[in-house]
Write a protein that binds this ligand. Structure first.
Ligand SMILES: Cc1cc2nc3c(=O)[nH]c(=O)nc-3n(C[C@H](O)[C@H](O)[C@H](O)COP(=O)(O)O)c2cc1C
Length: 242
C-alpha cells in the first residue's frame, strides 16, 4: 500500500463510534501515542493554547458520562479525553517559545534572534491580551480597520476572534488524535453534547478555560458501533472552484 492508500483507509474507516466493546482490552499506550501525535498538529503561531485531560478511572468515566448526557459512546468508552482551550496560558506559551528560540538563534543568526524577540517577546503577548470587557479587542479592531484601508491586514483581533482561533487550533489537534487512534485499530467519537460548565468545575479549570470537545475512545462494538452507512451531502455542495 502507498502512504496515500494507508491514509485514505484510515480516513475512510474512521467513524463516530457510539458503542464500544466493554469485553475487549485497549492498551493504555494507544491514547498516549495518539495524544503525542495530536500535539504535532499545527497551531496558530505555534502557541498550543490547549490541554488534554485523560479520564481513565472507572468512577471518573461514570461522572464524565453523566456530564456527557449519558450518551452510549461515553457510557461504553474505555477512556475519554477532554480537550480544553487555554487562551489564558498565552504568556506562558509565548515565554516558552521565546526562551527556546532565542537560545537557538542567539549569537548565530541576529536577524532570526531579533524576529523571535519581537514575535514571542512583544507581538504575541500584545495580540492575545484581553480584558473582561473586550475593550482591548475593540481598540485593536479599530486600529486594524484603519490600517486595512491601505493594505491587507489580519482582522481577527477581538476577544471572540481569539476564542475562535483557540478552538480552530485545538480542533485540528483533536482530528489528528482521532485519526491516530483509528490507525491504532480503535475508535473514537467527538462529543459536543455535554455540560461544559460542570466538566470545567469538575476538572478544577479556571473560568477562562473552554471545553472544546470530549472524545470517547475504545474498541468499536460491531455492528451497533455506527448508526448508519456514511452520510455526506454531495461533494459539489461543499467543494467549490472559483
Ligand atoms: C464538533 C462535533 C461534535 C459532535 N458531537 C457529538 C455528540 O455529542 N454525540 C455524538 O454521538 N456524536 C457527535 N459528533 C459526531 C458526529 O455526529 C459525526 O461525526 C457525524 O454524524 C458524521 O459521522 P462520521 O463521523 O461517522 O462520519 C460530533 C462531531 C463533531 C465534529
Amino acid at each position: 500500500m502507498t502512504e496515500a492508500e494507508v491514509f485514505n483507509k484510515i480516513v475512510e474507516d474512521r467513524r463516530a463510534i457510539r458503542k464500544f466493546d466493554v469485553e475487549k482490552v485497549m492498551p493504555e499506550e494507544v491514547v498516549a501515542r495518539s495524544l503525542y501525535r495530536a500535539t504535532l498538529s499545527p497551531s496558530s503561531s505555534n502557541m498550543q493554547l490547549y490541554e488534554f485531560y485523560r479520564i481513565r478511572k472507572k468512577e471518573d468515566l461514570a461522572t464524565l458520562t453523566k456530564y456527557c448526557m449519558g450518551q452510549s459512546t461515553a457510557k461504553t468508552a474505555h477512556e475519554m479525553v477532554v480537550a480544553v482551550v487555554r487562551l489564558d496560558k498565552y504568556k506562558e506559551r509565548a515565554k516558552h517559545n521565546h526562551a527556546v528560540l532565542s537560545k537557538l538563534w542567539e549569537g548565530k543568526d541576529e536577524k532570526k534572534f531579533k524576529r523571535v524577540n519581537n514575535y514571542y517577546g512583544k507581538l504575541m503577548p500584545m495580540f492575545y491580551f484581553t480584558d473582561p470587557f473586550g475593550i482591548a479587542g475593540f481598540i485593536k479592531k479599530i486600529i486594524v480597520s484603519f490600517i486595512g484601508l491601505k493594505r491587507p491586514v489580519v482582522r481577527q483581533v477581538s476577544k471572540n476572534d481569539m476564542r475562535v482561533g483557540g478552538h480552530k487550533s485545538l480542533a485540528l489537534a483533536v482530528q489528528t488524535f482521532m485519526l491516530s487512534v483509528q490507525s491504532e485499530g480503535y475508535g473514537t467519537c467527538p462529543m459536543e453534547g455535554m455540560d461544559s460548565k460542570r466538566i470545567k468545575r469538575w476538572l478544577k479549570l479556571p473560568s477562562k478555560a473552554e471545553i472544546n470537545m470530549v472524545i470517547s475512545v475504545g474498541p468499536p462494538k460491531m455492528p451497533d458501533a455506527v448508526y448508519n452507512e456514511r452520510l455526506r451531502v454531495p461533494y459539489d455542495e461543499v467543494v467549490k472552484m472559483k
